[in-house]
Design a protein around this ligand. Structure first.
Ligand code: AMP
Length: 280
């Protein structure tokens, strides 16, 4: 497995791979990898000859009071995991190369970023779309794989891919969960053992929603109240940022759940902000 840290070298290697008639699969990450990330690498490996995993804690997607400085890092562990998942190349660019001092060009997706996470984190998606556009330009992938865990991010990036005309097959892969249902996330490491148990609240709430829909309750308001109760019962100090029911493609809010509606939520559990979602 090759580790590349310079943008120029990554561009050169990507050109060589294409010249050899091989396809490239890209999996962008912020590192501190878990089974969720590895599932994306395995998926990419099925779709392309060479898989490039990127590790970059992207300052542009963190707000001023978010956890950029404390974001967990473990490069050695990450490299070992990527290799075991079948990764071929790991691209770890340096922040001052990605964003030199005179940097001033950003990519923004207008409408899809106005709701949900975009409302709570106003500069977040501009950072995400800008870094992913840059990674697309540097690595020239044929296929890119993103996780459903960050549902709105995936939809926003899919729109960007289409709008900017990147010739990239865009894959959204399912969320990988811990045994108790908690969606795997690099941020789960912030919890003590007791807090970790309370973090189940999000999945319990989503399961409540799924059960209600199965029992033919479709009013979003009714489901939301039960979800709120499930969260409070599991984690009494939880702060709910939002619980939303939206169309899977347009992200428009729906009053009545129908086939394919996505329920997503953001909840602060002991100061750690978690997000999750489920297709109902
Ligand atoms: P991150 O390192 O958190 O920026 O995530 C990198 C990629 O991994 C994104 O496409 C995420 O949606 C995806 N991802 C994160 N957690 C999971 C998970 N539990 N299951 C599947 N994909 C995930």
């Amino acid at each position: 497995m090759k580790v590349i840290r310079s943008i120029k070298q990554m561009q050169r290697v990507a050109r060589e791979i294409a010249a050899a008639g091989k396809t490239i699969g890209l999996v962008p990450t912020m590192g501190y990898l878990h089974e969720g990330h590895l599932s994306l690498i395995r998926r990419a490996k099925k779709q392309a000859d060479v898989v490039i995993t990127t590790i970059f804690v992207n300052p542009a997607q963190f707000g001023p009071n978010e956890d950029l400085a404390n974001y967990p890092r473990d490069e050695k562990g990450d490299l070992r995991k990527i290799e075991s998942a079948g990764g071929d190349i790991v691209f770890i660019p340096k922040a001052d190369q990605v964003y030199p001092e005179d940097f001033q060009t950003y990519v923004t997706v207008e409408e899809l970023t106005k709701t949900l996470e975009g409302k709570k984190r106003p500069t977040h998606f501009k950072g995400v779309t800008t870094i992913v556009a840059k990674l697309f330009n540097i690595t020239r992938p044929n296929v890119a794989v993103f996780g459903m865990k960050d549902f709105q991010q995936a939809i926003v990036l899919r729109q960007m891919t289409k709008d900017l005309g990147y010739p990239i097959r865009f894959i959204i892969a399912p969320t990988v969960r811990e045994r108790d249902g908690l969606a795997m996330s690099s941020r789960n490491r912030y919890f003590t053992a007791e807090q970790r148990v309370e973090a189940r609240a999000l999945y319990y709430a989503l399961r409540t929603a799924r059960e209600m829909v199965k029992a033919k309750v479709v009013e979003a308001g009714k489901i939301e109240s039960e979800m709120t109760a499930a969260i409070k019962a599991t984690c009494p100090t939880a702060k709910i940022d939002y619980i939303a029911f939206t169309d899977a493609d347009t992200l428009e809010a729906v009053q009545k759940v129908r086939r394919g509606t996505i329920c997503s939520l953001a909840v602060r559990v002991h100061k750690v902000r978690l997000i999750d979602n489920l297709r109902l």
